[in-house]
Design a protein around this ligand. Sequence first.
Ligand code: FAD
Length: 370
Amino acid sequence: MRVLVVGGGPAGVTAAIALGRAGIDALVLEREETDRPVGIGLALQNSPLRALDTLGLLAPVVERGFPLDAVHICAPDGTVVHRVFTEPLVPGTPPVVALSRVALAGILGEALAATPGAEIRFGTSVTALRDLGDGVEADLTDGSTERVDLVVGADGLHSSVRGLVLPDAPPPTRAGQLIWRVSAPRPPEVDRYLLTDLGPRGRVGIVPIADDELYLWFLQPDDGGPRPPEGQRLAALRERLAPFGGLVPLVAERLRPDVDHRGLAAMLLPPPWHRGRVVLIGDAAHTTTPHIAYGVGMAIEDSVVLAEELGNAASVEAALAAFSARRFERCRLVVETSLQLSRWEVDPPADPTLHHQLTGRALAALSEPL
Ligand SMILES: Cc1cc2nc3c(=O)[nH]c(=O)nc-3n(C[C@H](O)[C@H](O)[C@H](O)COP(=O)(O)OP(=O)(O)OC[C@H]3O[C@@H](n4cnc5c(N)ncnc54)[C@H](O)[C@@H]3O)c2cc1C
């Protein structure tokens, strides 16, 4: 069996690795000329770490990332007032690992290169897909045509594959919050995930992602006002961080000038996530806001489940139906929980503990087997 995977992000590359382990060949098309992950760092929760373990990739992730025991919720002066814990699902490993996006892309790229039957072609995409019943013919931007058994659309939030096969899919919606993301050298004092909430003035997270590196995110309501131009972003972010105490001033001094700034979006495709022999995975099928840090996690889980179903089912059609049936409720839990948390951050509920309670319940439910 041969599969064409469109998109070389976390979803597409883990899909090719997982398919390779099930004896299925995969050609990944990535439209960028090189591997250039967008963003700085990310956290992988216990269940995606378990999924990476099944692909033999947990050890390098733990080695190149930073183990986290909990999210430490801080008062404005930095005092820890609450901790959000999850349990490790692979004995002897951390429950959460944070790492740089470049490090994750490096681990996945190396694993793909070592997977028999898997290949990635940069600077290439698809222009047309023709469903032939027992396969798909795909026209590629390099002028060639591929005849494959299945196409996996792993091309992210603005998926072209989704546009080709599900033109009436619901469009992504804006979540009403802006996020700022930036890196800094890690001072030794920042040895855990710290989160401080100042209500309408915003929330800041400081996340160690390597021995010498950290990642800071800042979330605020999207008031629709003008965005600071690139050269003024660092100063604008420092101004917004000024009311925060604890370790925030120390980190704010060290921030690098390259600040990413964007509105958050969400999207959940109703099931099934396939038409004929074209299936969508990762952000192309479900994009979440980052409130429980599960976007890449869902992408990795999708890949593992898709490969399991293709390896076990009696037919490709049965495998694809089983795939979205197994994945939908879980992805809905992530997308809807994250959106609710986002709404509460813009318009806080009377009981401020609701936020941690909902987060804890969702993370516990997501710790169940896939
Ligand atoms: C601010 C923020 C913070 C986040 N933090 C976390 C976190 O802590 N933990 C976590 O698990 N998740 C996090 N996420 C979510 C995570 O980044 C996404 O869910 C994840 O990147 C989705 O992976 P993907 O491979 O489906 O899509 P993408 O990462 O978008 O990758 C899609 C790939 O396809 C390529 N592509 C696009 N169109 C085409 C085409 N037509 N042809 C060929 N290639 C194409 C793109 O170049 C890209 O390489 C965060 C997201 C945001 C916005």
